[in-house]
Design a protein around this ligand. Structure first.
Ligand code: TPP
Ligand code: MG
Length: 544
């Protein structure tokens, strides 16, 4: 046995079934060990995509996804994925190669200090300097990646350590760890606060989307009957309970959902993570805020909770629910605002305009997606519209990144979702800018024989920034570009492509693409004049 083989058996011991990556010569012992193992090596065409996929695996399953890259250039290509997992709290393990540490026959060729590079981007970054340390390091890496707050870790395996003969050192088995539940004193304080609130409102933040939390959270909301809204990343965390849904805070202020937020006297913020663009701004005269989280809140200028309920969120909410169920005469105080808010959001959803309006696109996508269908967004203007207008009923059915908010993650995250859920419809929604950033992964999706539809919204521009540029009063400059013919582009990748040619064309195009199976590209021209009309003009008027 050598170091690489020991590392691979330690990964098997953690239950790893696939590794995403793009190897280099420094990984060859590792690749050979993988070939002889039960773990599948899923080759991607860019390391960044491998990291996005591994992070999404962590996000959707709660178990770390694993990615692999070589030293220097390969490892550096993982860094955006590391930041994506770090800010997004997604458990991930990155493994990179390195030149030998005991002898350097190629001097400094391709050598970059990757452990130092990864240190601020991870929860832990370590070089493996002897095979003997591998079992403990791997166990520690997985424990760190998975435990709250989850995130990425990095292990560097130099090629001489990978090749070094070693005995069969015993592995360390993982065991379940139950987190402590909120203290009774904190439960008393929270109970008193919620009981006396006149206009309570629940906010579901990013951590509300942890895969294991969905049942307990949904149960809590149904028991209390307090209306709720969510942040962008908290979207879909409550199953059912849709008669209590007040909207999504896609903007920080002035949107219709803020009618409820601004009137609340208590906000029960469950799992809010301040990596997200603020769902509302706390100020001196605002509502009281109760933070419910796995970990204490981070205090910011715009978020400084008054009371905290810390501990394993599911069981803690169960205890809180027991204390409060049926004892909240004011639970529904803000509910009368619901219909008005949702009616404004749904406005013009069926408008027949071509190019299509963002509202119509969201509406037609919802029609094409079954309740359990998974929509994976890249980053662009449409993200605000999807966050605001797309209704979800099942946890983690709208994957978006409101933390690093990086372009390029839409397609890789959809590939991962399609691998994990071959029985469900999966749709990547990308702008023409973001799609091209990782378009090379179409080949990966095709090679893996996935069923997946990619919707490209075409405005020949970095639309989001163009909108901000206009909103800030700058002249229109530097944001436009040309595109390949995406239908031909699809054909060149041995897949189907279609272009939406009229206002009623999107829904049937999506339906046909899903019915056809395999990977499909659907291109829809988008009319972004609604950005200004709704998100600036209409909402400014509404705020007055
Ligand atoms: C990697 C990266 N580069 C730049 C940005 C800044 N940015 C945010 S949205 C956006 C425009 C996206 O354009 P596109 O993908 O075409 O979507 P659109 O807004 O046009 O719908 C840019 C450049 C970013 N978030 N991530
Ligand atoms: Mg665009």
């Amino acid at each position: 046995m050598n170091g690489a083989e020991l590392l691979v058996s330690a990964l098997e011991n953690e239950g790893v079934t696939e590794i995403f990556g793009l190897p280099g010569e420094e990984n060859l012992a590792m690749v050979e060990a993988l070939r002889r193992s039960s773990i599948e090596l899923v080759v991607t065409r860019h390391e960044q995509a491998a990291a996005f996929m591994a992070a999404t695996h962590g996000r959707l399953t709660g178990r770390p996804g694993v990615c692999l890259a070589t030293l220097g250039p390969g490892a550096l290509n993982l860094t955006t994925g590391a930041a994506y997992a770090l800010l997004g709290a997604m458990p991930m393990v990155m493994i990179t190669g390195q030149k030998g540490v005991l002898s350097r026959k190629q001097a400094r060729f391709q050598v970059v200090d990757i452990v130092a590079t990864m240190t601020p981007l991870t929860k832990m970054a370590r070089q493996i300097i002897s095979p003997a340390t591998i079992p403990a390091l791997v166990r520690e890496a997985f424990r760190m990646a998975q435990q709250e707050r989850p995130g990425p870790v990095h292990l560097e395996l130099p090629e001489d350590i990978a090749a070094e003969p070693t005995q069969d050192i015993p592995l360390i088995s993982p065991h379940p760890i139950e987190m402590p539940i909120a203290h009774p004193a904190a439960l008393d304080r929270a109970t008193a606060m919620i009981s006396t609130a006149e206009r309570p409102l629940i906010m579901l933040g990013a951590a509300a989307n942890r895969p294991r939390l969905s049942d307990a959270l949904s149960d809590f909301v149904r028991r209390l009957q307090i209306p709720f809204f969510n942040t962008q990343m908290g979207k879909g965390s409550v199953a059912g309970g849709s008669e209590l849904y007040m909207g999504t805070a896609a903007l920080s202020e002035r949107d219709y959902v803020h009618d409820a937020i601004d009137r609340a006297d208590l906000i029960i913020a469950i799992g809010h993570d301040t990596v997200e663009k603020p769902p509302f701004f706390m100020g001196p005269n605002g509502p009281t805020v109760l933070h419910v989280g796995y970990l204490p809140a981070t205090v910011e200028e715009v978020f400084f909770p008054h009371v905290e309920l810390i501990g394993d969120v599911g069981p803690s909410l169960q205890l809180l629910g027991q204390r409060l169920e049926g004892k909240l005469p004011n639970a529904g105080a803000l509910l009368p605002l619901r219909e008005g808010i949702l009616a404004h959001i749904a406005a013009r959803a069926e408008e027949s305009r071509y190019p299509l309006t963002p509202q119509r696109i969201v509406h037609d996508v919802r029609q094409a997606m079954p309740e359990d269908g998974i929509v994976c967004l890249d980053n662009g203007m449409y993200k605000i519209w999807f966050a605001r207008n797309y209704r979800t009923h099942i946890a983690n059915t709208l994957l978006l990144d409101n933390a690093l908010a990086t372009m390029g993650a839409g397609l890789p995250s959809a590939i991962m979702a399609a691998m994990l859920h071959p029985d469900r419809r999966v749709l990547a929604v990308c702008g023409d800018g973001g799609f091209i950033m990782n378009a090379q992964e179409l080949e990966t999706a095709h090679r893996l024989q996935l069923s997946l539809v990619v919707l490209i919204l075409e405005d020949n521009a970095f639309g989001m920034i163009r909108w901000k540029q206009e909103a800030d009063g700058y002249p229109d400059f530097g944001m436009t570009f040309g595109n390949p013919d995406f239908v031909t582009f699809a054909k060149a990748h041995h897949m189907e492509g279609s272009r939406v040619e009229n206002a009623d064309g999107l829904a049937p195009a999506l339906e046909a693409a899903f019915a056809g199976g395999g990977v499909h590209i659907v291109v829809a021209p988008v009319d972004y004049s609604e950005n200004r009309r709704v998100l600036i003009d209409e909402l400014s008027a509404h705020a007055v």
